[in-house]
Design a protein around this ligand. Structure first.
Ligand SMILES: Nc1ncnc2c1ncn2[C@@H]1O[C@H](COP(=O)(O)OP(=O)(O)O)[C@@H](O)[C@H]1O
Ligand SMILES: [Mg+2]
Length: 229
């Protein structure tokens, strides 16, 4: 599904930062992967390269055999919209739109049948347990609820991969567990491929494999032997 070969990222500046020093790994279809490591180890940088939000200084990324770094900017944008979903730490919902409108916005952006994507958005809000919050605005929702809206939004175009960068960092422990269990359910029941950055060692129990980063390199890969599929 995803094949990463020798990815490097140098942030330019007075003192350039070598955030990724040559990272290679594969993510199989249907896997739930965590990227872990200390603050500053390059986790977000790696996720941004995989998610085509940023362009690496070197290396190769294949997603479903597509050499995505070779795509033009316009094609990359379309690929992101059609094939990738994102959940960020800070929810990133649009304040002026209802929960339902936020969820179908990425589908609206692709065009297509309004009734169709509205129905799908409603179904996804049900999946995340917010069937009674369609018409609420973000400021009328708790942090945990806003993040679940963001998860539904990330899934509306049926992405090949769901990327999440510390999705529970702003949440209390109860809401964090709800979101992580939701990820686990999406992975198990829908076969959703997920790549999640987290610095919570405790989150290991939810995922199939952990890729540990240290100073821009893979330190080790840890397999979860407890989860049975
Ligand atoms: N936009 C940027 N410009 C310059 N340096 C950056 C930028 N983003 C991150 N860095 C640096 O790259 C390194 C890795 O950062 P990051 O990927 O955000 O780490 P993590 O997510 O693991 O905390 C850090 O040294 C950080 O200071
Ligand atoms: Mg980070």
């Amino acid at each position: 599904m995803i094949k990463v070969e020798n990815i490097k990222k140098i942030y330019p500046g007075k003192v350039p930062t070598q955030a990724l020093k040559g990272v290679s790994f594969e993510v199989r279809s249907g896997e739930f992967i965590a990227i872990m490591g200390r603050s500053g180890s390059g986790k977000s940088t790696l996720l941004h390269q995989l998610g085509l939000i940023d362009t690496p200084t070197g290396g190769k990324i294949l997603i479903d055999n597509a050499d995505v770094l070779k795509l033009s900017e316009a094609k990359k944008t379309l690929f992101r919209l059609q094939s990738l979903g994102y959940v960020f730490q800070e929810y990133a919902l649009i304040a002026e739109l209802t929960a339902l409108e936020n969820v179908y916005l990425p589908a609206f952006a692709l065009g297509g049948d309004h009734d169709g994507y509205k129905k799908r958005a409603k179904e996804l809000l049900e999946v995340v347990g917010l069937e009674d919050r369609f018409d609420h605005y973000p400021n009328e929702l708790s942090g945990g609820e806003q993040q679940r809206v963001a998860v539904a939004r990330a899934l509306v175009n049926q992405p090949k991969v769901l990327f999440a960068d510390e999705p529970t960092a702003n949440l209390d422990s109860v809401s964090s567990e709800v979101v992580l269990k939701l990820f686990r359910k999406l992975n198990k029941e829908l076969g959703q491929t997920i790549v999640m950055v987290t610095h919570e060692e405790d989150d290991k129990k939810y995922v199939d494999r952990v890729i540990w980063l240290k100073d821009g390199l893979i330190e080790k890969v840890e397999k979860n032997h407890i989860i049975k599929r």
